[in-house]
Design a protein around this ligand. Structure first.
Ligand code: ZN
Length: 341
């Protein structure tokens, strides 16, 4: 129980929704690229549908987008290399190939899984004002010990530049696979907020043994604890996630269809009671399986959030706006002004 709860104060919570948009970049090391390419077309349909839902409930989101998706096309240089601007390229012992070996170096019509400027435009033309953030340039693993500072920095720089070409300033960052690393580079290149890892689920570290416990928590819709943002470097805020809105895949298909929405609503209520944060996240491709159930669940959550917002009990903010508010509360001035002070 925190101070707010102890005193029985009526407080105001915050909800943040962030989405990791990656298309083929997110899983080319795990899934055949032909499968991913076909999936990217189906994913586009779900993104359109989801944007309409966000408009309906006036829910702004932070769309963390893989920078390469902002391109219409790309080419290999004379030496056969893709994206010399991001060198030194990532090299990991678990992925024995050149990081860009799957990059088709063609264009959106021929390879819609690797380019997505159309999606960026849909997000920008939505009625609700969404934030366009970054999910790196090429979905490299920042938190991997094999990721050097120069690789991380070149990747972020490429993401910042491709966004700038579209008139977008990147302020928020989501680490690929939530592998946090190289925060100094992030801050240096102008990022003011990132989504930190979710608090470990109960029993994490005990492996398979306690998986049933976590499954049971889902069945019983036991809410996650609200999270607290933290300024980890001057002007850089960690806005941790606390609810991965799970896709209805595998064994999760047997979970009650409304269970996850109930859990989310309880999380939001807890954030309101404690004056803290509820941060939901997922990937648009998570909407591909059992789509109607996923949309029904999300609509239930957004309807609940909108009612609380109308009562003045909940703010629904993008990561960027939330980081600005935190800086204002802490220092009395927006973080960007403070940077130049
Ligand atoms: Zn490329």
């Amino acid at each position: 129980m925190n101070e707010g709860e102890r005193k029985g104060q009526s407080t105001r919570g915050t909800m943040v929704l962030s989405l990791d948009l990656e298309l083929s970049w997110g899983r080319f090391d795990k899934i055949p690229v032909e499968v991913l390419s076909a999936e990217s077309l189906a994913e586009r349909q779900q993104i359109k549908r989801f944007l309409a839902l966000l408009d309906q409930y006036e829910v702004p989101a932070t769309w963390a987008i893989v920078g390469h998706l902002m391109l219409e096309s790309c080419v290999r240089d004379g030496t056969g290399h893709a994206h010399a601007e991001t060198m030194p390229h990532a090299r990991y012992s678990w992925y024995p190939r050149e990081w860009y070996s799957c990059d088709p170096c063609t264009n959106i019509s021929l390879a819609p899984g690797w380019y997505g400027p159309d999606i960026v435009e849909w997000i920008r033309s939505a009625r609700v004002h969404h934030e366009i953030g970054s999910h790196s340039f090429a979905h490299i693993m920042f938190g991997d010990p094999e990721c050097s500072a120069s690789t991380a920095e070149a990747d972020i720089k490429a993401a910042v530049e491709v966004a700038a070409c579209k008139g977008i300033t990147l302020n928020s960052f989501v680490f690929p696979r939530n592998r946090v690393g190289h925060l100094e580079a992030l801050r240096r290149l102008g990022i003011s907020a990132y989504r930190g890892e979710d608090a470990p689920a109960i029993g994490k570290g005990y492996g398979l043994l306690l998986r049933p416990v976590n499954f049971l928590r889902q069945v019983l819709a036991i809410p996650m604890e609200p999270v607290q943002p933290e300024e980890v470097l001057p002007g850089l805020w960690n806005i941790p996630g606390n609810h991965f809105f799970l896709p209805r895949k595998g064994i999760r298909k047997i979970l009650p269809r409304r269970g996850q929405a109930l859990r989310a609503k309880r999380c939001i209520d807890k954030a309101v009671r404690t004056g803290q944060l509820y941060h939901m996240w997922f990937h648009p491709f998570d909407l591909l399986t059992d789509s109607d159930a996923m949309f029904l669940g999300l609509e239930t959550v957004f309807d609940h959030a909108r009612r609380l917002r109308e009562k003045g009990l909940l703010d629904i903010l993008t990561m960027e706006d939330y980081a600005r508010r935190l800086a204002r509360e802490k220092y009395g001035v927006p973080s960007e002004s403070r940077q130049s002070m």
